[in-house]
Design a protein around this ligand. Structure first.
Ligand SMILES: [Zn+2]
Length: 86
């Protein structure tokens, strides 16, 4: 069951301006982290495709290297990686 939970876990990204929400499979976030070499727990944020002004911040999750990642939507961390087009 734990493996299944991991396979189907999703991260909820919500926009800090318009509130648009996307649920993205954690596995996809991990593929993205590996692709961009994010090894130190840099959070993956998404440039909001709906309002194009906000940043979609993720709900707390663990990176592929096991770093717990928590984001304050009103103060996204400096080392965050912003995904322009999701
Ligand atoms: Zn937005």
């Amino acid at each position: 069951m734990r493996l299944l939970a991991r396979l189907f876990a999703k991260v909820t990204h919500s926009c800090n301006v318009c509130g648009a929400v996307q649920r993205i499979p954690l596995r996809r976030v991990h593929v993205f982290e590996r692709f961009h070499g994010l090894d130190h727990g840099e959070p993956v944020l998404i440039h909001c495709p709906r309002c194009r002004k906000g940043i979609q911040c993720p709900s707390p999750y663990r990176s592929h290297t096991g770093h717990p990642i928590t984001i304050d939507p009103h103060d996204p961390s400096e080392n965050a990686f912003v995904h322009a087009h999701y």
